[in-house]
Design a protein around this ligand. Sequence first.
Ligand code: FES
Length: 382
Amino acid sequence: MDDIETWLHQTDYARHDSTDGLVRGLPGRAYRDEAILQREVAKWLSNTWVLAGVVHEIPGRGAMTPVPNLRVFLVHGNNGQIRAFHNICRHRGHELVGENQTQTRFIACPYHGWCYDHEGSLRSTSQFAGEGGHFAKGFDPAAHSLRPVRCERWLDWIFVNLDGNAPPLSEHLGGLTRRLKDLDFRNLRHFHTLDHGEVQANWKLVMENSLEPYHTPYVHTKTGAGIPLRDHYTITEDGLLGCGIYMPESAPGGAAISDGTLTAESHFLSVPPLLIFVVYAGTTIIVHRNLPSLERPDRTHRTVYLYSLSEQPLTQAEIDEWMEIEYIIHVEEDGPVYENLQRGKHSPVTDDGGILSPVWEEPVKAFYEAWHTALTRDGDTP
Ligand code: FES
């Protein structure tokens, strides 16, 4: 048993073995140790579905976009199909797609000019066999196609599965789609993107924050002012974790924003390990793309996409209000918390994992259990 096996065995959250009967959190090491991150990648992050991008950002044939941190890119092919490939040239491993591109005819490597088509086949290897020669004797282009990544979409959202062995996407999202069965997505309309870039925090800290309402009265002092903790509840069901706000008096048909305060019946729904899907008043949807660094445990790339389900497009004033309030929620209120917690995970005080509220942090406990189950299961992803 290696060091991590031993440590995980001792950190068995299924046993809930704190002496006071309450449940402890993950020790600080889980957030700062590169070996733990590599085990997460091998045991959980590679064999699940990860929200990698959105269809509206690669709108036409030949459009391509790199997926931050995953070393993958998405391409809208000539037949309209969206594909994902490892963002690695088969010659000597240079990155192929570094930024969004539109109307491309080929995928061209910037290092020595090798070109692939949108299906990933190698089409030319500029001067590889000398002046005017593409394919050297004995060279098999078919053996040097781009490596595909399993890719499926649901509405505007494109998911990838790095090891190709996850259950179908519909199964992964089953709890979420059943919960949302009464929403009408026919008018789904993207209206804003908030790109955070790299947050200096471990990906689990981002997820945990979305799972519990306990922090809301203390962190969301501007945007959640006036909503007492007692109006919140937690969700641990059917592959879904999260929390919600019960607000029967909220205006039907739309979330109410007044002086930077947001009041709406809300559901913060998470599908572990990475997806966060927020519904405000049944009419506004906020989808979080969280992409852990595969090398650094203290980096997570975050993007937040805002959508409306209303029949009528939002007015510019309504869009401006949402842009402002989401900026405050994610950048001014939650953003500093992630980075503060990451710094704290280097203190020996966090070795015991802290302790969870038995009322407000049940979804966090369930998340830790899922994490522990994934990291201790048999078999490695290559
Ligand atoms: S690494 Fe891509 S062409 Fe050389």
